[in-house]
Design a protein. Sequence first.
Length: 305
Amino acid sequence: MSVLKTSNLTKKFGKFTALDGVNIEVGKGEVFGFIGPNGAGKSTAIRVLLGILKATEGSVEIFGKDAWSHAVEIHKRIAYVPGDVNLWPNLTGGEVIDLFIKLRGANNKSRHEELMKRFDLDPTKKCRTYSKGNRQKVALVAAFSSDADLYILDEPTSGLDPLMENVFQELVMEAKSKGKSILLSSHILSEVEKLCDRVGIIRQGKVIETGTLSELRHLTRTHFVVETKQPIPSLNELKGVHRIEEDNQTLSFQVDSEELNEVMKYISQFEIVKLESAPPKLEDLFMRYYEGSGNPAESGVGGAG
């Protein structure tokens, strides 16, 4: 069952096309990672989802309703955290959280007190004294205090330290376990890898790849560090081998996953002394879309999804 679905979502500002035929879908109980560099179109897409901007073409449905014409009704069931939170400077953090919760018509005091403790947030301080990280905490506490069905999170951990990032990740997994859906826009790829069931990569307003992490990982390269008794000749001529670096008898290089077997057979002939391998990461795939011309075909990446 789709909680959120966009079909051919296009948004133009004059002659500039910010979103070009974006198709994404988030199911019930799913964490969907929406990744891309700054300026790729992530935040514009989220503003359309929230009913702040109207799509130029295409459709956006949340809970089966049009995101623009039913925005007020939809907002009763969603929680949103932006990447840069602006708060009322003369209110305390606690007062802002109380206000947000009352606006939603809920008042689960024990829940938001628990979350403030988990995020180590002092609710008695005025918002003007808060760092960026503390402002993010206020928004996260308010969002996760609500019993939303869909969480739309746009760079939500911006400004948080690693310990607080872990708290955020725990809350996402807790929400998922309760059947909630999460759209997570992020450029922190380790965060996406830990949390997301499926990922969509956006580049210059177009979604160029969508799939589960296992589906995307077959397109990534495994990193090797190898030391052999004999020099390995012609390694650079082997199919699927990239970025060879040599330091005395030690070689480091990357191998396309589909060529791993043949490459291992070849290098094992030269008496391996040391072999280290690192599993492929989402970051490798992400970087391959942006290196050089950014054309996936020219970067050795399969066709866009």
